[in-house]
Unconditional design. Structure first.
Length: 329
């Protein structure tokens, strides 16, 4: 089994250490954030948001700043929420002119990503959803979404387009609520450079088991991104890894290792009232500890237990390796 040791974090989580303000970040502020991230042992990659991390800095200069710190670029994530024009939607806004603006912004991000030597663009369509019955035409909206993703994915086929689904928030219903709906769209797009990003909290909101959702995408070779965090399943809490759903986190990491997932694990957390650097260090330590313990599991024994669907015995085996269970009372 392959255990990835590529880790990235949510850069804006560190704003409280160096800057204050909105989502638009200046060149100096970006430098400060990357300097803070660089101090964290084990962190290997950086994710950036487009366009808010590119307000007054060119892609090649930003790449140079990251490289000088010994870090690598994991990818860019689209952010449409900073533009009021997209409040009613980005890719299927009722106004064609607005939809084209969203597409052009996305193509600019692809150009920036290409200039930086990266190849992963994550798209979360938070604004593309609905709040009322009879608010959208589901059939037409899906066709618009399909054509838009084909246009974006065809623009530069060296760039992987990863769709991050979410069942709700900020809209009452998201247009892509689950891994299954996302994979169906990817199948209909029918291009080799489109995949899915699994966010642990989003998967919980969708009433999915994250390990099962990941296995669906892995089976199709379409799992492009992992956003690791945790929550209580009622909102996008963005808590520290494994803080609520430890066993499900272990299962997800086991599935990723079993399928030799080589991507970067991105800690998409929202630390409030705690030091973000301390939380990030703890996230890395926890994942590395879980991976080390998974290596010690008797894999043949676990596979036999999975075949017999003996959930109690399998959980006991996992807990024993996690040092959380003893046969002695």
């Amino acid at each position: 089994m392959f255990f990835t040791e590529n880790f990235a974090c949510r850069l804006n989580s560190f704003k409280s250490l160096s800057i204050k303000g909105n989502n638009k970040i200046s060149k100096q502020e970006i430098k400060n954030l990357i300097s803070e991230v660089f101090k964290i042992p084990g962190l290997t990659h950086v994710d950036l948001n487009y366009p808010d991390h590119f307000i007054d800095i060119q892609p090649r200069e930003l790449k140079s700043i990251i490289s000088r710190k010994g870090l690598k670029l994991n990818g860019l994530a689209m952010r449409y929420y900073g533009n009021k024009s997209f409040e009613r939607g980005a890719f299927f806004h009722p106004n064609l002119k607005i939809r084209n603006q969203a597409v052009e912004l996305t193509l600019q991000a692809i150009d920036a990503l290409n200039a930086m030597g990266g190849n992963l663009l994550t798209i979360w369509l938070g604004q593309d959803g609905y709040d009322y019955p009879f608010q959208i035409d589901y059939f037409e909206s899906y066709q618009i979404l399909l054509k838009t993703f084909r246009r974006i994915a065809s623009y530069n086929k060296k760039i992987r387009i990863s769709i991050e689904y979410k069942p709700f928030g900020p809209r009452s219903f998201g247009i892509l609520p689950s891994m299954s709906s996302t994979l169906l769209l990817i199948k209909d797009i029918a291009l080799p450079n489109v995949g899915a990003t699994l966010d642990f909290c989003h998967s919980l909101l969708a009433r999915e088991n994250p390990a099962n959702a990941a296995s669906q995408a892995l089976k199709e070779h379409r799992l492009y991104g992992i956003h690791l965090n945790d929550g209580f399943g009622k909102r996008d809490d963005g808590l520290s890894v494994g803080s609520v759903h430890l066993m499900q986190t272990v299962e997800l990491l086991y599935v990723l290792a079993r399928c030799n997932y080589k991507g970067t694990i991105y800690f998409d957390t929202f630390p409030v009232g705690i030091n973000p650097a301390d939380e990030c260090r703890f996230n890395i330590h926890k994942v590395m500890t879980i991976n080390r313990l998974i290596k010690n599991i008797n894999s043949s024994k676990l596979k036999n237990l999975l075949k017999t669907q003996d959930g109690i015995a399998a959980n006991k085996l996992i807990l024993e390796n996690l040092k959380l269970f003893s046969n002695k009372p």
